[in-house]
Design a protein around this ligand. Structure first.
Ligand SMILES: [Zn+2]
Length: 231
């Protein structure tokens, strides 16, 4: 069913597109070069092994529909990509986990690189969402949604602060070879799913109880980085 507010859907969709294309500065610390569109996980070998006619299904949003979450079929060259790193850093940094058939899952650094790319993708998405909502605020038609949109930006800033903490910790760990993160590795029977995500270990109940008891949010939540794919 179509949305009852198509004019808003248009603004949301256009702002999302613009935000995705203009959030394009390399996420390598200190680098300000333009990012290239790169796959979150390697296309050849991993994504291609579960694709059909070089297409995959992804969870997506269509603001013009009333139930706006949906699954969408996308070509393997476009799916699962983000403007995370410049050509130099994307190529050199992830070399260890980019060579088809040669990933060493016992190697700490390789595991850390999967977590780093997952984290940077999440960071990029949060920056895109912030930019998208700032763009939406510039449209006078969205004035009745202003409180909600500002709340999204405010919550996004808190999430960005949390991610920054993990980003700094992971870079420090990689640069100093301290191996201070714990990475578990498991093998499963083949599943035709690919995901790289961050999950919060604290339950909603624990978070709410903390707010009830202390009157504030927890300083930091416990985050788990998950990469699940078929090699
Ligand atoms: Zn760079």
């Amino acid at each position: 069913m179509r949305t009852e507010r198509p004019e808003l859907a248009k603004i949301f969709t256009e702002c999302a597109k613009k935000a995705r294309l203009t959030t394009n500065t390399c996420l390598f610390p200190g680098c300000d070069k333009e990012s290239i569109n790169s796959h979150i996980i390697q296309k050849n070998g991993i994504l291609s092994s579960i694709s059909e006619d070089r297409h995959l299904w992804e969870f997506n949003v269509d603001h013009f529909k009333k139930e706006y979450f949906l699954f969408k079929k996308t070509g393997i060259n476009e799916i699962y990509t983000f403007l995370g790193f410049c050509n130099e850093h994307d190529t050199n940094l992830f070399q260890k986990i980019e060579t088809q058939g040669e990933i060493n899952f016992d190697d700490y650094e390789s595991r850390a690189l999967f977590a780093l790319r997952t984290l940077c993708n999440e960071l990029w998405l949060k920056l895109v969402i912030k930019k998208q909502h700032q763009c939406i605020l510039n449209h006078p038609e969205t004035i009745s949604d202003e409180i909600f949109i500002n709340k999204v930006i405010e919550q996004g800033d808190i999430a960005l602060q949390d991610l920054k903490f993990f980003e700094d910790s992971l870079w420090n760990d990689l640069n100093n070879k301290t191996e201070s993160f714990v990475f578990e590795y498991r093998e499963f029977p083949k599943q035709e799913i690919c995901l790289n995500s961050i999950f919060t270990y604290d339950t909603s109940e624990e978070i709410l109880n903390h707010i009830k008891t202390f009157g504030t949010d927890k300083d930091r939540l416990v985050e788990i980085f998950v990469s699940f794919f078929h090699t």
